[in-house]
Design a protein around this ligand. Structure first.
Ligand code: ASP
Length: 320
C-alpha cells in the first residue's frame, strides 16, 4: 500500500498581490478535493480530475471560468489528463463554451480511440457525450478582460512584446497524484496565453511537453510559456532524467534552466516521483502550488516559501 499524495499548481508568472490570497485559497481547496478522493481509496485519475474541477471553477485562474482571452476576445481552452498505469491519455484543444474542459479531455481518453480532439470536432464530441455548452460571457473574468485591454492598448510596443513573452498575471492549473495502489496521473487545464491568436495551442494538451505520467517513474504538470515548453519537451525531459537516476528536484531544476538558456523561456513544474516524493520548481517570479501527503498540506507562491498546515480532518469520508 502506497502513501497517497496530491499536488496542484495554479500557474506561474507574476501573480499580482491582489491575486495572491485567492491563488493560495484556490490551490488549497483543489489539493483538499484531490486528497479527499485519495483518502476514500479513489484513483489518481479521479483525484487529479477532482482537483482540476475546483481550479477550473475558480476565476482566479486561467482555466475554465477565468480563462484569458484571444486577441478577438474569445475563450479557447486546452485540457489534458493522463493515466500513468496504462499511458492512456485524452486531451482537447481550442474548445469553446465549456465550463470544465477536463470533463471533455477525460471523455476523449475513455470514450474514443484518440488522444487529442481540437476545435469544432471537440465541441461536437462534447455534444455527443452530453456535456452542455455555456455562454462565453459566463467564462470571462474581469482580470482576463483587463489583460486583453492592456495588450490592445500597447499593441506593437515593447510592453506588448514583454506581456506576450512573459505571459499573463493569472495562470494555468495542473495536478499530479499518486494513489494507494501506486498509480500516478496528471492533468492540466488552461485558457492559454493572453491575447493569443485564435487557434493557437500551447504545451498544455501535448503529452510530453506540458506534462507526463508514467508509473515506472513519476508525473509532471507544467506551466509557463507554452512555445518554449514545447521546444524543449519539458515534462518528458524531466521524466527521462528521473528514469536515468536523477533526483526529481535536480531533474526539474535542470530542465527549467535548460529552457531558459536554450530558448529564453520561463515556467514552472510540479513533479511527483513514483515513490511519492513531491517537488516544485519555477523560473518565473512566482508559482502557486500546494501538495498534501500524510495529512499535511504544504504550499507556497514565492521563491523558497513553504507553509505547512495540518489537514488531518481529511479521513476516509473526505476532507472538511
Ligand atoms: N503553458 C500555458 C500555455 O502556454 C500557459 C501557462 O501555463 O501560462 O498555453
Amino acid at each position: 500500500m502506497t502513501m497517497p499524495v496530491i499536488m496542484v499548481h495554479g500557474g506561474a508568472w507574476t501573480i499580482p498581490e491582489k491575486l495572491v490570497e485567492a491563488s493560495r485559497a484556490g490551490t488549497h481547496a483543489a489539493a483538499r478535493a484531490g486528497y479527499a478522493v485519495l483518502m476514500r481509496g479513489g484513483s489518481a485519475i479521479d483525484s487529479v480530475h477532482a482537483a482540476i474541477l475546483v481550479l477550473e471553477d475558480d476565476p482566479s485562474f486561467d482555466a475554465g471560468t477565468g480563462s484569458v482571452l484571444t486577441r478577438n476576445g474569445e475563450v479557447e481552452m486546452d485540457s489534458v489528463i493522463m493515466d500513468g498505469k496504462t499511458l492512456a491519455s485524452g486531451a482537447v484543444a481550442c474548445v469553446q463554451n465549456m465550463k470544465n474542459p477536463i470533463e471533455l479531455a477525460r471523455a476523449v481518453m475513455e470514450k474514443t480511440p484518440h488522444i487529442l480532439l481540437v476545435g469544432k470536432g471537440a465541441n461536437q464530441f462534447a455534444d455527443e457525450v452530453g456535456i452542455k455548452r455555456v455562454a462565453t460571457e459566463s467564462l470571462v473574468s474581469e482580470e482576463a478582460r483587463r489583460e486583453l485591454e492592456c495588450y490592445q492598448a500597447n499593441y506593437g510596443s515593447a510592453v506588448q512584446e514583454l506581456f506576450c513573452q512573459r505571459g499573463s498575471h493569472h495562470d494555468t492549473v495542473g495536478a499530479v497524484a499518486l494513489d494507494a495502489d501506486g498509480n500516478l496521473a496528471y492533468a492540466t487545464s488552461t485558457g492559454g496565453i493572453s491575447c493569443k491568436r485564435p487557434g493557437r495551442v500551447g504545451d498544455s494538451p501535448i503529452i510530453g511537453a506540458g506534462g507526463y505520467a508514467d508509473n515506472e517513474v513519476g508525473a509532471v504538470s507544467c506551466t509557463g510559456h507554452g512555445e518554449s515548453i514545447s521546444k524543449v519537451v519539458l515534462a518528458h525531459q524531466i521524466v527521462s532524467d528521473m528514469r536515468n537516476g536523477k533526483a526529481p528536484q535536480e531533474a526539474a531544476d535542470k530542465a527549467l534552466a535548460k529552457m531558459a538558456a536554450r530558448v529564453n523561456g520561463y515556467g514552472g513544474v510540479i513533479v511527483l516521483s513514483n515513490s511519492g516524493e513531491p517537488v516544485t520548481s519555477f523560473t518565473t517570479e512566482r508559482m502557486s502550488w500546494a501538495w498534501i501527503k500524510d495529512g499535511v498540506l504544504h504550499s507556497g507562491i514565492n521563491p523558497d516559501e513553504e507553509i505547512t498546515e495540518d489537514v488531518k480532518s481529511c479521513n476516509l469520508n473526505g476532507c472538511n
